[in-house]
Design a protein around this ligand. Structure first.
Ligand code: PGA
Length: 237
């Protein structure tokens, strides 16, 4: 995996925005895979800035988000749907018809998972996938486990992740315990992957991933199998 080391969070965000911008200038109808969480917020701010200042155009871009809590309404301000409109989609000229986020309010979540994989395939796959990494090495909601799932699926969150997410909810009982998540196969099919990892909390997971040992106990380690995965980090490794 290629590693780009940056001096701080802002530099990581700008570097990631450079990659996205280069792709969109070359291919205005690119398919982007997008992530939520605190890490990509700086990237999304940079993209909004470039849209406003330099006319970076999202009108023909298609997006697929990695995951969404289940069950959750898209109107809930803790949903990933809400997050994406707040931090990116609401401030750029994206066509809402080209935005895909797993449906946290799907009546039949299994059918929604299948439909998501079909939509990914119909769009021709992801050109550039943005990823964060969990403190426990998870990627999207592919949590450390005895086995991982290849395709979009309904995922049980681990206690670690529920705890890490608790800061976003008023009451512990409101923290979702399930999600709909792209699988490791859906992610690894992306033609290029940018993994953003910032802060000391991520050091253990990043170092274990870079050791090159592949284990389902550290889902991010599977990124070592990808021919064009780039880690952008502020960690001195
Ligand atoms: P974070 O989450 O960006 O909020 O650290 C990343 C993740 O859990 O994948």
């Amino acid at each position: 995996m290629k590693v780009i080391q940056c001096k701080d969070y802002d530099a990581v965000s700008q570097q990631a925005a450079n990659e996205v911008e280069a792709l969109l200038r070359q291919r205005p109808d690119a398919v982007l895979g997008l992530a939520t969480g605190s890490t990509p917020i700086g990237l999304y701010e940079a993209l909004v800035e470039r849209h406003r200042q330099n006319g970076l155009d999202f009108s023909r871009v298609t997006t697929f988000n990695l995951d969404e809590y289940y069950p959750i309404s898209p109107q809930n301000d803790q949903s990933y749907h809400f997050f994406m409109w707040k931090h990116l989609f609401g401030s750029v000229n994206i066509d809402p018809q080209r935005v895909h986020i797993p449906k946290g309010d799907a009546e039949d979540p299994d059918a929604a998972c299948l439909a998501y994989e079909e939509a990914l395939a119909a769009a021709g796959g992801i050109d550039l996938q943005i990823l964060g990494i969990g403190n426990n090495g998870h990627i999207a909601f592919n949590e450390p486990a005895e086995y991982l799932r290849a395709a979009t699926h309904r995922a049980q969150l681990t206690e670690d992740t529920i705890e890490a997410n608790a800061r976003f909810f008023d009451r512990p009982e409101d923290v979702p315990r399930e999600a709909i998540s792209m699988g490791m196969g859906s992610i690894l099919k992306a033609r290029r992957i940018l993994l953003l990892a910032c802060g000391e909390k991520k050091r253990r997971a990043v170092e274990e991933m870079l050791s090159g040992k592949i284990t389902t106990q550290l889902p991010a380690s599977f990124l070592n199998l990808h021919p064009d995965a780039i880690l952008i980090t502020d960690l001195e490794l």
